[in-house]
Design a binder for this molecule. Structure first.
Ligand code: SF4
Length: 107
């Protein structure tokens, strides 16, 4: 097992802008945040969101977050793809026409 103190000491805190929540990194705006990505996440890992021209381009785990120490599971690793997918529903949908008979969902 890795030495946790050694890991903490090895992090370049200046490089990861300790104490800041947003900074510029080349063409990217980097925002430090916490995330819950569906389905079923209850963890709120620390995440760095890289956006360019208002669009999420990539993500990284936040190595300064003591909960996940820079690691992300596949749900958050694929966040940019999910957010930018052309089939993603962005607005509530409204049914057109009558509700089909026998459908057991809410109105
Ligand atoms: S990395 Fe996984 S566990 Fe952590 S917040 Fe994202 S979805 Fe949840």
């Amino acid at each position: 097992m890795a030495d946790y103190k050694e890991f903490l000491d090895s992090i370049n805190r200046k490089l990861y802008h300790e104490g800041e929540w947003r900074w510029q990194e080349g063409e990217y705006t980097v925002t430090r945040s916490h995330q819950y990505t569906a389905p079923g996440c209850h963890n709120s890992c620390g995440i760095l969101l890289y956006t360019k021209d208002g669009k999420l381009e990539k993500v990284e785990g936040d190595p300064l977050n003591p909960f996940n120490n820079g690691k992300l599971c596949m749900r958050c690793q694929n966040l940019a793809e999910a957010v930018n997918h052309p089939d993603r529903l962005k607005y509530p949908m409204k049914r057109v026409g009558e509700k089909p008979k026998g459908l057991k969902t809410w109105d």
